[in-house]
Write a protein that binds this ligand. Sequence first.
Ligand code: ZN
Length: 223
Amino acid sequence: MTGAHRVDENERAEEIVGAAELLFAAGVMAHSGHANLSARLDGGRLLLTPGFVRGLRPGDLATVGLDGRVLRGELRSVSAEIIAMHSTVYRARPDVGAIIHTHSPAATAFAVAHRPLPCRTEPMLRFGQAEEVPVVPWGPRGSDVSVRGIAGVLERRPTTAAALLANHGLLVFGPDSAATAHLVVAIEESAEAEIAAAAIGGAVDFPDGALEAVRASIARVAS
Ligand SMILES: [Zn+2]
């Protein structure tokens, strides 16, 4: 491994730790603190949290191949099946540099209700999700069913930056760890606002054409 690679790897590791701290500071983690975060290193490798994120340090991260092999560091056994969840997204979306999975409570309420989360708040637009967050059908974590479900939703929804995993939680992906963490926070806030608004008559969509206009401008920036 060259020195340049190592610098890159250290930077990606610091960014993952920063993103994990941001999620705890923003109060979007479930009581359990369960989450897993990853960042792409190159075409075939990623950095992945080892099975915990509370008190995470850069040296705790494992380097794994998209094929599921652990190349450096150690993963708790359950993390092996998490690799499939992350590598499916990296394979389907060459532009994705970081992925975060959480059990954020309000977003998870939508996942448990099998309800797509509409885009009806400014922060969701601003942090890159100008469309509803779709629901991936339930399958045991890391199973073929679950992995195929994620791949299917990514294919049907080529511009979504997030998915709700039915009866499970939230999966968000973006160019880097910081941007992805900000979108997790925006989605959790939106889910909370939807649930709160339901008690006072229900949330209301943006005006006609607003989401299309934002999606078009995102597409222009990306191209
Ligand atoms: Zn989970």
